[in-house]
Ligand binder design. Structure first.
Ligand SMILES: [Ca+2]
Ligand SMILES: [Ca+2]
Ligand SMILES: [Ca+2]
Length: 460
């Protein structure tokens, strides 16, 4: 083989790899041709009333400009975009209650001349977007913590590129924790409990993805979420009393401020409230309307005054999954007491919306076994007359294809809990915009729960 052959081979390879400028130019021209034919196809297929009047060249051109504007639009893009003498301008409104934006695009030919021609197109665009830890962990920034010093590490967000340790960690401890877990939680994770007793805390999404604005999201037709969790404690006690108390995945009206919303006592104590019930460190708790799926891993079976200890009406000592709303409206202390309230009533222990798994005679309590588990929650939301109809479905360790796909409802297997409520018009309206996140609490015993591989999408 001659040197010439070798050289030619190298040059051909680089031509693909480096995309010389001649190739870029060709590519650009090709794109324009393709886009034009695409636009023509859309126009000729669509029985569009605007098109029937577009007989002149300027009108057609303005129409295509407006169409280009709609294709160009993504959330937050508005204003005037000039293309020589021509332009399109974009305007957006919303999101509305369904989570859709109304986008208006005006195509303009020969702006400011006697030949100026405008065509306006208006469409609804869904704000569908999947929120994940991988892409959005930085939007879970500011835990709400109880007041006592135990709470310093009650909720910690471990992002992929955290350059700094939280003030409560030494850099060495932080680095060690991160490197010990990075292989399991490569896209970041949130740790609840931190192994300390007497903690309470919450963490809320505060980002802008899809229909969300600083964490306030259009609830629309509801949502779907999937995440994995690991309780690092290994609870071998028959009554599941060595570790607790668990956590909730919560959706709350955006009347709450995600910077302050958390349950607990005023001191931020009492594990059985799970960080969901009680006035919390701010004194306002988590204001209803709200709904959650609790993963309750500590028994509190009695039915006394909800301000007192051991008053949740847990059906038995078995770890359980349950849907909770807010109990009676005149107190926040009973928000996760089972079987209380009306319109909506919290599901009764053992009833629909409550699923328990007894501890085996040998081996750890359900879920408190150091193993990977997964949770999937779907909430569907409909309007009937002026009232709201909500169905909460939750699975633990779903096992069939689609289990982690939040873009579609999961129908491959029945949920562990399923609960439907009808909400009064006022409560329904206050759930037009919501925040979502997790709450946790510990009492006399600690827990450490890793939440990871999270995804959430709103139903459209
Ligand atoms: Ca336990
Ligand atoms: Ca409990
Ligand atoms: Ca209540």
């Amino acid at each position: 083989m001659s040197d010439d052959h070798l050289t030619a081979g190298v040059v051909r390879y680089r031509a693909c790899d480096h995309t010389p400028s001649g190739f870029s130019l060709l590519y650009t021209i090709f794109s324009i041709v393709v886009l034009s034919s695409l636009a023509a196809a859309i126009a000729s297929l669509a029985p569009n009333t605007a098109m029937t009047n577009l007989t002149g060249e300027s009108e057609k051109r303005a129409y295509y400009l407006a169409l280009s504007g709609l294709n160009f639009w993504s959330k937050g893009k508005s204003g005037l975009y000039r293309l020589g003498e021509d332009a399109f301008s974009l305007d957006q409104a919303g999101p509305d209650a369904a989570g859709d934006y109304t986008v208006t695009s005006v195509g303009t030919v020969a702006a400011g001349t006697g030949r100026e021609t405008n065509v306006r197109l208006t469409v609804k665009r869904p704000s569908a977007a999947i929120i994940t830890f991988e892409a959005d962990l930085a939007s879970f920034t500011q835990p709400v913590l109880g007041r006592t010093e135990n709470n310093a590490n009650a909720v910690v967000v471990f992002s992929i590129d955290s350059p700094e340790a939280p003030a409560s960690f030494t850099l060495a401890d932080w680095t060690a924790l991160w490197s010990a877990n990075v292989y399991r939680y490569a896209s970041g994770w949130i740790r609840l409990g931190g192994g300390a007793a007497q903690t309470t805390g919450a963490i809320w999404y505060e980002g802008n993805k899809g229909s969300c604005d600083s964490g306030r999201c259009a609830f629309g037709k509801g949502l779907r979420t999937y995440f994995q969790f690991v309780f690092s404690g290994y609870d071998m006690s028959l009554e599941s009393s060595e570790f607790g108390d668990g956590f909730t995945f919560t959706v709350m009206t955006a009347d709450n401020d995600p910077r302050y919303a958390a349950g607990g006592t005023a001191d931020g104590l009492r594990g059985e409230y799970l960080g969901y019930a009680g006035p919390g460190p701010s004194g306002r708790g988590i204001v209803p309307p709200k709904m959650a799926v609790e993963v309750d891993v500590y028994p509190n079976c009695y039915d006394g005054d909800p301000m007192e200890n051991n008053s949740r009406r847990d059906r038995s000592t078995a770890n359980h999954l349950a849907v909770v709303y807010w109990g009676e409206p005149d107190t926040s202390y009973d928000d996760n007491v089972h079987g209380v309230g009306a319109g909506p009533a919290n599901p009764t222990g053992g009833g629909e919306g409550y699923c328990e798994r007894a501890s085996p005679l040998a081996g750890p309590a359900w879920l408190e076994d150091g193993q990977e588990h997964a949770m999937r929650v779907e909430i569907s939301r409909e309007t009937d007359d002026t009232q709201g109809v909500y169905t909460v479905r939750a699975w633990v360790d779903p096992a069939y294809p689609g289990m982690d796909d939040v873009s579609e409802d999961y129908t491959a297997e029945a949920p562990l809990v399923r609960h439907t409520v009808r909400l009064a018009a006022a409560d329904h309206a206050r759930l037009d915009t919501i925040c979502f996140g997790w709450t946790e609490a510990t009492g006399g015993h600690g827990q450490s729960v890793a939440i990871h591989d999270f995804a959430l999408a709103f139903r459209r």
